[in-house]
Ligand binder design. Structure first.
Ligand code: MG
Length: 379
């Protein structure tokens, strides 16, 4: 089997409501999504998606995904998608770094392999555990009462895990956390996500003021060095999100005992091939995992759920359902959908989802063809 063509679409995905992160310092109204279809010479097609959460959250942006794919395409065309680590190596040699641009190609390869073998991707990743994966809501920063109001909305949909965004004024963050914990229901879990916003002093101020509550704080400071500095000075459990990009990062997090939890974001980490190694290292060190997309449609959510479902339930904390936050759906009628606060892998082969071509519109680039095998860029 060989990859014979790569087609790329751009789609703007409006959010249902504006979203504020880290005390309001980052605001989003719409996401710039890239969809990638890989065609194999036996007729199987696989899909990938790369939807950065705006361009201010991570060092990734929509135009960068498409520019990266333009560079990567000649190295990928003609390769066997079943030999995924050979595809990975070809991409790494062709374009060092830029993991977020490689992720949708990697994702589409896994989709093709799953279809070729008639198994869901979660089975290819080691085996699909049967328990559904809880979804974490994403609670925009606001007053304590506003944030509780958003949690109430998600409760009505069945959500029992919430990621509440803090990370601005330290005194107000203490107030937010104490208020939300006071109103947390039995069986609910709230992750307090600072998204790198605190200085080391602010992080210690907040985390030590609420240490009696037994909470987990995600990405309290900017770097792993910052987290290493505060780790011995607080009793709060720590989750690393934005600063987990590579296997080397995971080795440091596990070896130096920087965190009890990690959040594996597939697009940031370069896709399933690289993220499964991070998963294995986390499990080997008793580190629990959130597994999420950086954003996007049911296609991006599906990729995350397939990896999440390959993790035993006791190590798997939650995934995300970004599709619930979008005002547009390009995958309507197929895929993995929210069910009582959980997502669960279906038995469909591959990722089990196909975007609606009519909703994607015209592609912005196409590389390779069955006639010539030569790259062709439509943009
Ligand atoms: Mg986070």
């Amino acid at each position: 089997m060989k990859i014979s063509a790569i087609t790329v679409w751009r789609k703007e995905l409006p959010l249902k409501k504006p979203y504020r992160l880290s005390g309001g310092r980052l605001r989003f109204d719409a996401l710039d999504a890239t969809f990638v279809r890989l065609e194999a010479d036996n007729g199987i097609t696989g899909w990938g998606e790369a939807t950065p959460w705006g361009h201010t959250y991570l060092p990734a942006h929509g135009p960068g995904v498409r520019a990266g794919i333009e560079t990567l395409a000649p190295a990928v065309l003609g390769l066997d998608p079943c030999r995924i680590e050979l595809v990975e190596r070809a991409m790494d040699l062709c374009l060092p770094g830029h993991l977020y641009a490689k992720a949708p190609i990697d994702m589409a390869c896994w989709d093709i392999v799953g279809q070729a073998f008639g198994r869901p991707v979660a089975d290819l990743l080691g085996g699909c555990h049967p328990d559904p994966t809880p979804i974490a809501s994403s609670i925009s920063t606001g007053t304590p009462e506003d944030m509780l109001g958003l949690i109430e909305e998600y409760r009505k949909l069945g959500y029992r895990v919430h990621s509440a965004k803090v990370g601005a004024d330290a005194d107000l963050d203490i107030e937010r956390i104490r208020f939300l914990e006071m109103h947390r229901r039995p069986g609910e879990r709230i992750l307090y996500d600072a998204n790198r916003a605190w200085t080391r002093r602010e992080a210690l101020l907040v985390m030590n003021a609420v240490a009696d509550l037994g909470i987990t704080v995600e990405q309290p400071c900017e770097t792993l060095d910052d987290i290493a500095a505060i780790r011995p000075l607080t009793r709060c459990a720590i989750s690393v999100d934005e600063r987990l990009e590579t296997l080397q990062d995971m080795i440091r997090i596990a070896g130096d005992g920087l965190a009890e939890v990690v959040n594996i974001k597939l697009n940031r980490c370069g896709g399933l091939t690289k993220s499964r190694r991070i998963r294995d290292l986390a499990l080997a060190h008793g580190i629990q995992c959130y597994v999420m997309a950086t954003g996007g449609t049911a296609l991006a959510d599906a990729e995350a759920v397939h990896l999440a479902q390959s993790i035993p339930a006791e190590h798997r904390l939650a995934t995300w359902c970004c599709q619930d936050m979008l005002a547009a759906d390009v995958t309507e009628g197929s895929g993995i959908r929210h069910d009582d606060g959980c997502l669960v892998v279906t038995g469909a082969p591959g990722l089990g989802i196909t975007p609606d071509l009519a909703k994607l519109g015209e592609p912005v680039a196409q590389y390779g063809s069955q006639n010539t095998g030569r790259p062709r860029n439509l943009s």
